[in-house]
Structure formats: structure tokens, C-alpha cells
Design a binder for this molecule. Structure first.
Ligand code: PLP
Length: 474
């Protein structure tokens, strides 16, 4: 059934005929008729297109067709979402799934995922319960809040908060804090979608208390401060401190809400990082409500935490939108484990992987780089220059924007003129991305950089290097 090169469309074997090939039996037994038929259709269409394009295919043997069908079935059946090595140097990388979870949290997810749980069931009374109770007590304990609730992510927390407190009414925000977090989260858009009216206050670099005083009117329902997570305004600047904004809001009987963004529960200076405002500090400064992410500096699953005064939280929980934004049992299971780990701040770096990665020392990362660089050299040959260099990792996710974390990287520099290097770098990056566990690095200064801060499984990384496509080996 070989297909000669000049064969017409009609000459490509029919789907039925291909499905009867003995060689396809194992595939049919394993994956079922529907999926295999689907793959056969795709492959025959491909062959037809190749013939129509007069691409130089001499003949396609049965074995070759079967191999192509097998590869396609593999592609169809393997999940699109899969693990990668994040060697970009950005630890909490939004596009790469942010915080890695500790094993205890993964076990907790598995335990509730595989069967029934008391998600919304009160085991004492045998009556309907509230899913928030699994988290609320711990959030309150760690932040000093009176009440708390949890939603899908911090974007949802901000949306729900504004919609609950200020729908159809006004929300003054400093012009210096109208942030875009990346993707489609922009404070002005979120306020609009929450059904409220943004009142811009002050200027980009300077906002004063009097600006807020002048902006407050009969339609103002809350004051809001947003942590400018991913940029800094330097130079001639002024912002209004939390206690002042809180006092102003309370003088007008409206709540003061702070979107903390990355949100941390501990003083990060214990990990050698600059201080970030904690939820507890902001609430102690007089905020009625804080919102923050579960999968940024907290190191947990994707979630948005809302914590603060009981009366304000109750209003948010009554909003019908809460149901649309709520978290599932797996998130609750993981987050409750993470929160409990915060009861022992001294051991956080060992127990919360995200914090462990942020706390990892440049010396330790350099040792990893020294161990691995010769293996990379061995695979890439003499075509590229391989060095271990010091670099800086980023925290990521808009937390603390500057280059703060001294780290070590393997730098791969292809030879050649500037233009040729560009193409070689793109091939290198694509080659590393095509590995069984794709490796994501970054291109910087004419080299391909692998920042090893987040490399946890050296063996898998090294073992798969031999699978690098020829083209990436200069
Ligand atoms: C990251 C961030 C958000 C969005 O949080 P997600 O958990 O990604 O939805 C909102 N506000 C600020 C200030 C942030 O930094």
C-alpha cells in the first residue's frame, strides 16, 4: 500500500483501509476506535496535502504511516498542560504556574479529590455548612482580621470587593496606583467591570491627603489603596500612608480597602528580602479589608484572600457573585495546609517551596551550576561557549520589582555574527523547550541563560539533555 510520489488524491488509502492494518491493532486496543480514527483522518489529510504540494515524498510505507499515526495519537492523548523546568530566573512566574506546592498540600488535594468530604457539611450538627470555615479561622489568626473569605484569585477578590461595596457608586484611587498587573488585570477596567466609577485622585508621582479629601462626595462608598506591585515611582514622589487614609475613610463612615497584591503573612526580611507590607500590618494600620493572592508570596494554590472587619466581609459574602467566584475543595485543601505551615515561621523556608526557592543562596545555586555545566558542555559540544555566571533572579508576580536575588546561571553563547547569533539563540531556546520536560530559559545579552535557582530535579534535567535536537547543537 505504498504511496508513490505522483499519486493523486484518490490514491491515498482510505481511512477504513488504514484502520484494518494489522499494525494499528495495538493502538486500537489501547486507545479505542474514536481517537485512532481521528488520528488516521489527520494523517491522511496531511499526506494528501503533501502530495498536492508536490512535496518530495517518494513513497509512504505502511510502517511509516503507522508510525505517524502513533505519534499523532500520542499527541492527541497527552495533556496539553504539563510540568516544565522554570529556569527563567523569575521564581513566581505567572505564565509558568507561580508557586510550587509542598507535598503535604498535594497530599491534602489528593485526599479530598478522590472522594466525598465535609466541604459544606457541619459534622457536629449534620447540617449544611460553609466552605469558608476551613480557612477563615487560620486567616484570622495569621492576619488579625475578624473575618475572611476566599475566592478564585486576587483579581476576583478585588472585583468582588468593589462590586459588593461600591456598585453604582464612586471609588477614589490615586493616579499613582492605577496599575496593570499584566494579562488583562488593570485597576481602572476592574473598577468599571465591578460596576463602580473610578475617581482619579492626585497625580502620577504625588498624591496628598487633601486630594482624597476633595474627591470624597456623597456617592463615595470606599477608599482604596493598591500595592504598586510591579513598578516603582522614584524621585519627587508622595503617597498617603495607610493610617491617614484609614482615618479619612472612617471620618466619612466608609471602608478603607487595600489590595496588597502579592500579600505576605510574614516579615520577608527573615529570608534576606526587603520588607513587604504584611496583611497583619495593613489591617493594624486601620484598613477594613485587605485582599491578596494565594499563589504569590504566600506560596499556596491560586486563590484570592479577603480578610478584615466582620461586617464588611459579611457584605461581600452576601453578594451573589461570590458563588460564581468561589474556590473548589482542592484549593481549600491546599490552602489550609499552607496557612497552617505559617504557624511556625522559623521553618517556612524548609516547608513552603516558594519561600525556599526565594531564600536559596547564590553559593548553593552556583554549586548546582558547577555540577551541571560540564554536562551541558558535553552535549552541546565545542560549538557554543558554556560558562557559569552570576546573575540576579526576580521574585516575579509583581512582587518587589527590582533584581534582588543573587543567583547563578549557565550561560550558553553561540558563536558568530550578531544576526546569526539571534537565529542560533532562537534555535537553542526552541530546542530546550522541545525536551520531554521542557526547559524554559531566557535570552539575554547575546546568550541563552539558564538560571538554576528553581532547578529542583538535577537528574531529570541532565538525563534528558541527550534528547536535544541536532540543530541546537552547534
Ligand atoms: C497580582 C495582583 C493582582 C491579581 O492577582 P491574581 O491572584 O493574579 O488574580 C491584583 N492586584 C495586585 C496589586 C497584584 O499584584
Amino acid at each position: 500500500m505504498d504511496i508513490p510520489v505522483d499519486q493523486s488524491r484518490a490514491g491515498v488509502p482510505s481511512v477504513d483501509k488504514l484502520l484494518r492494518l494489522d499494525g494499528l491493532r495495538p493502538l486500537l486496543d489501547r486507545f479505542g476506535r474514536e481517537l485512532v480514527t481521528n488520528a488516521v483522518r489527520l494523517i491522511t489529510a496531511e499526506i494528501r496535502a503533501q502530495l498536492a504540494d508536490k512535496e518530495s515524498i517518494d513513497a509512504v510505507s505502511d510502517e511509516e504511516i503507522i508510525a505517524r499515526i502513533e505519534t499523532r495519537v500520542d499527541l492527541l492523548i497527552s495533556p496539553s498542560l504539563r510540568p516544565v523546568f522554570n529556569l527563567t530566573g523569575t521564581v513566581l512566574h505567572t505564565n509558568l504556574g507561580r508557586a510550587p506546592l509542598p507535598q503535604e498540600a498535594i497530599d491534602a488535594i489528593a485526599a479530598v479529590a478522590s472522594g466525598a468530604s465535609n466541604l459544606e457539611y457541619d459534622l457536629d450538627t449534620g447540617k449544611r455548612g460553609d466552605r469558608d470555615i476551613h480557612l477563615e479561622e487560620w486567616i484570622c489568626r495569621l492576619t488579625g482580621a475578624e473575618a475572611a473569605t476566599v475566592v478564585n484569585n486576587n483579581a476576583a477578590a478585588v472585583l468582588l470587593t468593589i462590586n459588593s461595596l461600591a456598585r453604582g457608586k464612586e471609588v477614589p484611587v490615586s493616579r499613582g496606583e492605577l496599575v496593570e498587573i499584566g494579562g488583562s488585570f488593570r485597576i481602572p477596567d476592574v473598577i468599571a467591570r465591578a460596576g463602580a466609577k473610578l475617581v482619579e485622585v492626585g497625580t502620577t508621582n504625588r498624591t496628598h491627603l487633601t486630594d482624597f479629601e476633595n474627591a470624597i462626595g456623597p456617592r463615595t462608598r470606599m477608599l482604596m489603596k493598591i500595592h504598586t506591585s510591579n513598578y516603582e515611582i522614584r524621585g519627587f514622589t508622595a503617597e498617603v500612608a495607610e493610617p491617614e487614609l484609614a482615618a479619612l475613610a472612617h471620618a466619612h463612615n466608609i471602608p478603607f480597602v487595600v489590595d496588597l497584591g502579592a500579600g505576605t503573612l510574614v516579615d520577608l526580611t527573615r529570608f534576606g528580602l526587603p520588607h513587604e507590607p504584611t496583611a497583619a500590618e495593613t489591617l493594624a494600620n486601620g484598613a477594613d479589608l485587605v485582599t491578596f493572592s494565594g499563589d504569590k508570596l504566600l506560596g499556596g494554590p491560586q486563590a484570592g484572600i479577603i480578610a478584615g472587619r466582620a461586617e464588611v466581609v459579611a457584605k461581600i459574602k452576601r453578594n451573589p457573585m461570590k458563588r460564581a467566584l468561589r474556590v473548589d475543595k482542592m484549593t481549600i485543601a491546599a490552602l489550609s495546609v499552607i496557612l497552617r505551615l505559617y504557624s511556625d515561621p522559623d521553618r517556612l523556608a524548609e516547608r513552603v517551596p516558594a519561600l525556599g526557592l526565594l531564600a536559596r543562596s547564590a553559593v548553593e545555586i552556583d554549586q548546582v551550576a558547577q555540577r551541571i555545566a560540564p554536562r551541558v558542555s558535553a552535549v552541546l559540544g565545542d560549538g557554543a561557549q558554556i560558562d557559569v555566571v552570576s546573575t540576579h533572579s526576580q521574585i516575579g508576580s509583581g512582587a518587589l520589582p527590582a533584581d534582588l536575588l543573587p543567583s547563578a546561571a549557565i550561560r550558553i553563547t553561540p558563536p558568530g555574527s550578531k544576526r546569526k547569533v539571534g537565529a542560533a539563540l532562537r534555535r537553542l531556546a526552541a530546542g530546550f523547550r522541545s525536551l520531554p520536560v521542557p526547559v524554559i530559559g531566557r535570552i539575554e545579552g547575546g546568550a541563552f541563560m539558564l538560571d538554576l535557582r528553581c532547578l529542583d530535579d538535577e537528574k531529570t534535567f541532565v538525563d534528558q539533555l541527550l534528547a536535544l535536537p541536532e540543530v541546537t547543537r552547534p
